[in-house]
Every structure is written in C-alpha cells, then in structure tokens.
Design a protein around this ligand. Structure first.
Ligand code: 15L
Length: 261
C-alpha cells in the first residue's frame, strides 16, 4: 500500500488487516506510531526504489494511494499521480503481480455538469491539473491492462471524510468503513480487467452511478443523510453543486500550468 501514512492509508491499512490481508506499507514518511508491519520509506516516483521493494516482498496486489491530494502545477501533478503509477505498474509487470487498485478521484471528471446520473462511461473531463493527473494515471492503467493483462481497478473517490461537512458532501461522501469495503472488493473481485467505479457511500443524495462498484462486490452501507441535520448550508452550495468536482470546478482554483521563476 503506497501512501500508507496518508489520510486514507491510516484508515485503510488497519481496515484491510482486520479483513485478513497482510499489508506492506510504503510512504515517503516513516510508519505511524503503533504500526508494526513491514514498511518502506521511499518515494513511489522513484522506479529503482519501487523495484527494490518488489524484489523483497512477494505481494499479490498493489493499492496505490500515494499522491498529492489537491491542485498543483502540471509537472508536479504528473509526477505525483502518473509517474508513481507507471513506476508501480512496471514493477508489477516485472514481478508478475496481477492486481493494481488505484485511489483515483472524482476530479478526473470534475468538470462534468450536474445533470443526470454520472456514469463511468462519461468522457474524461478533469477540473484541475490534479484531475489531469488522475485521468492520465487511469490511461496508464488501461494501457497496462491491455498490454499485460493486469487487473486494474480505478476507484474515483468522492469526499473521504469521517462525516459529511457541506451540502455537496451529502452527495459525495465516502465513509471510512465503506472505503475499506470498497478497496477490499476491488482487491478481491474475480477478474475485473480494467474497471472504473465511483467511490462514495450509499448516499440518499448520490447522483454518481454505484452500479459499477456493486458489480465488483462493493456494497456500501453508510448514508450521508444520517448527518444531514448537522450540515449547515453555505453561500458556496449552489456553485459547488454545478459540477461533479464542486469547488475544484470553480474559478478560485485556476492557476497557470507551469510555475515560472
Ligand atoms: C479529492 O480527490 C481531493 O483529494 C480532496 O481534497 C477533495 O477535494 C475530494 O476529492 C472531494 O472532491 O471532495
């Protein structure tokens, strides 16, 4: 598991262990206090460092969570999301590891306007350079699935939070427990090939298609509606509701692709 010390990793690592998986943690930072299992401190964008882990550890799948979780320059986004994905997939091929599960994001299609049900067949429509990185990482996964027969599942995560915090997240929330259920299903579904699913809970207000996840065995149990009376409305609600990506699809996030001196 890359990004094992990150916000999702800190929940998913113990969650998958509870479900019977043996997990090797990998992150740029040392293992969190209390974690006893195998751990590698390295940058997943470094192909030699990544390959060295696969030489040591006979894994049967990779969960790739590592990556900067917000907007950045285009080169930084490509390194963070695409280069890391490619370095891992090269190692998978070399070591005959059959499964790759990726923490992609709704921001891969974040500029899609809010109309009818959002399907996984919709065109890539990133809202940021972050989203461009996620689209391109998914493209590398698709390439490696076609070329080498790797089972590659891309989980386009909504809003991973302990609880929904805004009106938008009443639709896009992914609870901690559902996140563990989703990654467990993506790791164990028989022969998914290249697959994309939306990573949200069974939210009453959801408008992203949950069927592709259900087809892989992801059965979400939680519903953001249980928290609705604790979520205050805000002046941003209307603009955030206009597109899949909410605040990432608004002008406030615009920046040039490249940093200049
Ligand atoms: C994401 O992919 C981001 O990493 C996170 O910061 C949130 O913006 C989340 O999506 C979301 O859309 O709520």
């Amino acid at each position: 598991m890359t990004g094992a010390a990150g916000s999702i990793g800190q929940v998913l690592l113990p969650g998958l262990i509870d479900r019977g998986h043996e997990v090797v943690g990998l992150d740029r930072v040392p293992q969190p206090e209390g974690h006893e299992g195998p751990w590698y401190t390295l940058d997943a964008a470094d192909p030699d460092a990544v390959a060295a882990v696969f030489d040591e550890e006979p894994v049967d799948g990779v969960v790739h969570l590592a990556g900067h979780p917000g907007e950045a320059s285009l080169p930084d986004s490509l390194t963070s999301h695409v280069v890391t994905t490619a370095a891992l997939l090269d190692a998978l091929v070399e070591h005959h590891v059959p499964r790759f599960v990726y923490a992609s994001s709704n921001h891969a299609v974040g500029r899609t306007p809010h109309r009818d049900l959002l399907t996984v067949g919709t065109r890539p429509r990133p809202d940021t350079f972050y989203g461009v990185g996620k689209v391109a990482a998914e493209a590398v996964m698709s390439l490696y699935a076609d070329r080498y027969g790797i089972d590659a599942v891309s989980c386009r995560i909504g809003s991973f939070l302990p609880q929904p915090e805004s009106v938008r997240t009443l639709s896009t929330w992914l609870s901690h427990d559902d996140c563990v259920r989703m990654f467990d299903a993506a790791l164990t579904a028989p022969a998914p090939g290249y697959a994309v699913l939306y990573g949200i809970s069974a939210n009453t207000r959801a408008w992203w298609d949950l069927e592709p996840g259900r087809a892989l065995g992801y059965a979400p149990q939680d519903d953001a509606e249980d928290f609705a009376d604790r979520v205050a409305s805000s002046p941003e609600d209307e603009t955030e509701a206009a597109h899949v990506g909410g605040p990432f699809a608004t002008e406030g996030i615009h920046r040039p692709a490249l940093d200049r001196a």
